[in-house]
Design a protein around this ligand. Structure first.
Ligand code: UD1
Ligand code: UDP
Length: 373
């Protein structure tokens, strides 16, 4: 019996780890599977846990309003010690690039556990963008024993860095989660979706917006909001913006965009409502990592409000375009997509560079066949 501990803390980690939790739990005779949430996020994490019906075995409940990286780092490493010492997992799974993932990998290294990194090998090789995620990924990569790279490019990055351990290509579990949600949505509705149906004018073209990157705090967010104000002057569009709960995002967005015609600021949506809304959207403006991976699978063009991305595959395929936080560039690219049907059609192609929905099966198979050290 192999003991598996999956540790995560934020919304995107939960979305991408929930299918893996479910897959491990299909084999109770082979795996004792436990989930530890740091709750680096609280409400935005709980929304995901509820939808995927994942109940944590350990909940560190660490989120503090307006938290900082120092305190969060210290809290996670301190609180994980008793969990690791009590459960004594054979394998710890961490995901991606958050403070939760890197600090959990470090704690697991101290505990002498085999570290498995999901969504390994994504790189910009720019120390400051995304901040602190690029360095989080590189640090986690140094400590990892089994790297689960979503794409060949991610694997090549890891091999060029001469990381320790084995590197496997599995696809990204985000597509497993997305397929689970789109399948469930065929016979599913909830209060959030009904509210959207009753309050949004879907005869207009919907532009869906999200943003939360630390390197965009301050001027970046101000320029993004100024661009949205200009785009909203077009009477045929409705801008829907579920605003991230980080106070550094809430403050500028609400002060600049509250009560503007054709702009609707809403609370973060639970995953099914968000996927439902992505499907109904004409175009997505975002700085999110996960949305850059999901939208090409849904055939939705994405303008990425970042200078650089660790997810080059969709940019190379032409379904995602980097526009940075330059106000004029965001406006001109959006207007072009609204007015130039051929340009829109070229970006709209359904494209799945990140996975085929079977990543978690591959990951569990690899662990079944892995010999514990
Ligand atoms: C974090 C991750 C980022 C990831 C993002 C996903 C780090 C350093 N950052 O950024 O990599 O892309 O999550 O969204 O790991 N808050 C709430 N409720 C919630 C969630 C957040 O109120 O459910 C507020 C709190 O005031 C909290 C603040 O947002 O202190 C910041 O949360 P934090 O996780 O530190 O940063 P994010 O910007 O969410
Ligand atoms: N998402 C969601 N509700 C929202 C906005 C986003 O469920 O209101 C989902 C989205 O589908 C994607 C993930 O959250 O799977 C992205 O999270 P986020 O942008 O916070 O983090 P990142 O991916 O940039 O790390």
């Amino acid at each position: 019996m192999k003991k598996i501990l999956l540790i995560f803390g934020t919304r995107p980690e939960a979305i991408k780890m929930a299918p893996l939790v479910k897959e491990f739990r299909k084999y109770p005779e082979q795996f004792e599977t436990k989930v530890c949430v740091t709750a680096q996020h609280r409400q935005m994490l709980d929304q995901v846990l509820e939808f995927f019906e994942v109940a944590p075995d350990y909940d560190l409940n660490l989120m503090r309003p307006g938290q900082n990286l120092y305190q969060l780092t210290a809290d996670i490493i301190t609180e994980l010690k008793p969990v690791l010492e009590t459960f004594r997992p054979d394998y710890v799974f961490v995901h991606g690039d958050t403070t939760t993932s890197t600090v959990s990998a470090l704690a697991s290294f101290y505990a002498g556990t085999c570290i498995c990194h999901i969504e390994a090998g994504l790189r910009t090789y720019n120390k400051h963008a995304p901040f602190p995620e690029e360095i989080n990924r590189q640090l986690t990569g140094r400590m990892t024993d089994i790297h689960f790279a979503p794409t060949a490019g991610a694997r090549a990055n890891l091999l060029s860095e001469k990381v320790f351990g084995q590197v496997e290509i599995t696809g990204n579990t985000v597509i497993d989660a997305l397929f689970f949600a789109t399948e469930k949505l065929k016979n599913y509705s909830d209060a959030e979706i009904e509210t959207l149906k009753n309050t949004v004018d879907f005869s207009k073209r919907i532009i869906l917006v999200t943003g939360h990157r630390r390197e965009n705090f301050g001027d970046g967010f101000i320029h993004i909001c100024q661009a949205l104000l200009e785009i909203a002057q077009n009477p045929d569009v409705e801008i829907l913006y579920p605003v991230h709960l980080n106070p550094n995002v809430q403050a500028p967005v609400h002060s600049l965009l509250e009560n503007v015609n054709n702009i609707r600021l809403i609370a973060p949506l639970a995953y099914p409502a968000f996927v439902w809304l992505m499907e109904k959207s004409y175009l997505i403006l975002t700085d999110s990592g996960g949305i850059q991976e999901e939208a090409p699978s849904l055939g939705k063009p994405v303008l990425v409000m970042r200078e650089t991305t660790e997810r080059p595959e969709a940019v190379e395929a032409g379904t995602v375009k980097l526009v940075g936080t330059d106000r004029d560039k965001i406006v001109s690219e959006t207007i072009r997509l609204l007015q130039d049907a051929q340009y829109y059609a070229d970006m709209q192609k359904i494209h799945n560079p990140y996975g085929d929905g079977r990543a978690v099966q591959r990951i569990v198979e690899i662990i079944k066949n892995h010999h514990k050290i």
